[in-house]
Structures are given as structure tokens and as C-alpha cells.
Write a protein that binds this ligand. Structure first.
Ligand SMILES: NC(=O)c1ccc[n+]([C@@H]2O[C@H](COP(=O)([O-])OP(=O)(O)OC[C@H]3O[C@@H](n4cnc5c(N)ncnc54)[C@H](O)[C@@H]3O)[C@@H](O)[C@H]2O)c1
Length: 306
């Protein structure tokens, strides 16, 4: 089938594009390279360089497409606090532009990346999708708004939409650089350089880390699951276990053969203490569950850095 991956030059989008091509699908990618990299683009894809909010370009990119995998977004929580208008533009207007173009072009389904941040860390764990949404940042609010538009396009126009609420994703191609880098690539880069990894707070905070191959598999499942089960809905996509930062560092240390002690910094204001998903709805409706063991995923990620 003909597919469009928005944000396909980024970490998750490029892994997804590779998997689609490996399954024999035709892949278009739309990306403005704001946080993605041209070297992530698979040779077998067709690249549309530009902004998600450029309605003309998006209309061109969705022409004849059966499924859109909408991964493009400004993904950083702290950056969204500094520049909320930029986050809103890409994540809300960008999503609406994709939905409207997809609807007009007769696209069958849009599978879109949402985020565990919509829960705001206040729901009981393991967190189910019906928990109240409590966004604590402009980024989280933008993902809630995008989810609402996804549901509206299903209910109003019959465009099949599925939102996937990713918990912390890690794996090959995740950028370790810059002030907004995610914790796993940052820790691997520090340990490989022989430096102490910087941990905000005591390191007892925990996350439900999802390996990127499992997230890719969730997208593929969400593209083909029956609309009667999943259209207009949102699903948790996570790794299946709750791991503290210190536990993750210990596993990384043994993989990389180092035991450098972390340097503890002040806790980050607004950081969620614990996060852990119930993924049984995705299992029931999409036929998807995470399969990657945490240590295996960390090993594959560390190998990519070599
Ligand atoms: N990585 C995670 O842990 C995580 C967790 C929850 C949700 N998500 C979501 O998953 C999706 C992919 O995230 P990622 O980790 O691969 O991030 P990423 O930054 O590597 O990828 C995002 C891509 O979108 C592109 N992009 C951003 N704004 C754009 C715009 N206006 N027009 C065109 N392209 C634009 C960027 O250039 C980049 O290639 C995002 O929607 C993100 O919010 C990621």
C-alpha cells in the first residue's frame, strides 16, 4: 500500500519507514528536518521536504495514500514551555492540516503519535486510557488537542483515526545531543565518554520505557486492525515494565562494562515521579503487545552507538 510517514526523518518515523519498506509498502516522507536528519531517510522513500502546516504540500503528499502515519511534531516538553507557539503550530495546526488533507484525499486511516504526557502523572498506575487527562505542559496540551481533532475527523467525516499514546520511547537513532535529549541516549553517550551520567533528583523516578521496534509494531497493528474496534480511539503504547532511572543505569553499566557513579542534580520541576501503562486495550483491539525485554532493547541501543 502507499503510505505517508510525517516526521519520517526523525527517530520513530524513520524506524517506522524502514519497517514499512521491509514489508513491501511504498513510503512517502514529509519532514521539515527541524529535529530530524536527512541521513535517516530510507533510500527507497520519496521525500517531501517542508512544514506540516503547508496545506498545499501536505495535500500533494497525501494524494493517493491509503494510510498516513503521523509522527511529525515538536516533541520536547521543556522546549514547549519556552516556545509554546512553535509547539502548538506543529502539533495542533500541523495535525489538523494533515487530517483535513487526508479527509479530502480519501485516505483510509491516519495513525497518529500521541503521548503519555496527556495523563500528567496523576492517574493511578498501571494507567488505563479512560483515566482523566491532565496535561501539565504546552506539549501535553497540544497532544490532547490533536487527539480531539483525530476523534472529530472520525465522528464527523468517517476518516479512520487511531491515536497511540507513546510512553518513553528509546532505541537506535534517538538523538543524544542537545539540552532536550532523552535520558537513555544521554546516559549511553555519557557512559561511553567515561563521564558521570547526570540524574535529576534521586534516580528513583520510574518510567515504562518502550523499545522503538515495539512502537513500530504498534503502528503497523493500528493500520490494519478493524475500524469497528479502534477508529476514533486512543491506545497506550509502552514497554510493559516500570523501571527506575538507577535500575536502567545499572543495566547500561553492565552492558557497557563501566560502573561510573551518576552525578545527582536538582529534580526537574514538573517531572512526573512514576509512569506505567496498562496496554491491555491495545492487546484486545489492535492485537499488539510489547515483546522486547528491557535489557535486550538497551543492548541494541548501545550497539547502535558503537
Ligand atoms: N520519543 C518519545 O519518547 C516520544 C514519546 C511520546 C510521544 N512521542 C511522539 O512521537 C513522534 C515522533 O517523535 P520522535 O521521538 O521520533 O521525535 P523526532 O524529533 O526525532 O521526530 C519528529 C520529526 O518531526 C519533524 N517535524 C517537527 N515539526 C515539523 C513540522 N512542523 N513540519 C514537518 N516536520 C516536522 C522533525 O524534523 C522530526 O524529524 C512525535 O509526535 C512525538 O511527540 C515521542
Amino acid at each position: 500500500m502507499l503510505t505517508l510517514v510525517t516526521g519520517g526523518a526523525g527517530f520513530i518515523g524513520s524506524n517506522l519507514a524502514d519497517a514499512l519498506i521491509a514489508e513491501g509498502h511504498e513510503v512517502r516522507i514529509l519532514d521539515d528536518l527541524s529535529t530530524g536528519f536527512a541521513e535517516n531517510l530510507p533510500a527507497a522513500s520519496t521525500f517531501f521536504e517542508g512544514d506540516l502546516c503547508d496545506a498545499e504540500l501536505v495535500a500533494e503528499a497525501v494524494e493517493g495514500v491509503e494510510v498516513v502515519f503521523h509522527q511529525g511534531a515538536r516533541g520536547s516538553v521543556p522546549k514547549s514551555i519556552e516556545t509554546p507557539l512553535l509547539t502548538d503550530r506543529s502539533n495542533v495546526l500541523g495535525t489538523l492540516t494533515v487530517l483535513d488533507a487526508a479527509h479530502r484525499a480519501g485516505v483510509r486511516r491516519v495513525v497518529a503519535a500521541s503521548s503519555s504526557s496527556v495523563y500528567g502523572g496523576v492517574a493511578p498506575r498501571p494507567t488505563v486510557e479512560t483515566s482523566p487527562l491532565s496535561p501539565k505542559s504546552p506539549y501535553a496540551a497540544s497532544k490532547v488537542a490533536a487527539e480531539l481533532y483525530l476523534r472529530v475527523y472520525w465522528e464527523l467525516h468517517g476518516l479512520e483515526t487511531v491515536a497511540l499514546r507513546y510512553f518513553n520511547v528509546y532505541g537506535p537513532r534517538q538523538d543524544p545531543n542537545g539540552p532536550y535529549a532523552a535520558v537513555i541516549p544521554r546516559f549511553i553517550a555519557a557512559l561511553r565518554a567515561g563521564e558521570a551520567p547526570q540524574v535529576n533528583g534521586d534516580g528513583g523516578q520510574s518510567r515504562d520505557f518502550a523499545f522503538v521496534a515495539d512502537v513500530v509494531a504498534a503502528n503497523l497493528a493500528a493500520a490494519t486492525a478493524p475500524a469497528s474496534a479502534c477508529a476514533g480511539k486512543a491506545y497506550n503504547v509502552a514497554g510493559g515494565s516500570e523501571r527506575s532511572l538507577l535500575e536502567m543505569l545499572e543495566i547500561l553499566g553492565s552492558i557497557l562494562g563501566t560502573d561510573i557513579a551518576p552525578e545527582h542534580l536538582d529534580p526537574r520541576p514538573g517531572d512526573v515521579r512514576h509512569s506505567f501503562a496498562d496496554t491491555s486495550a491495545a492487546a484486545a483491539d489492535l492485537g499488539w503487545a510489547p515483546v522486547t525485554d528491557f535489557a535486550d532493547g538497551l543492548r541494541a541501543t548501545a550497539d547502535w552507538f558503537r
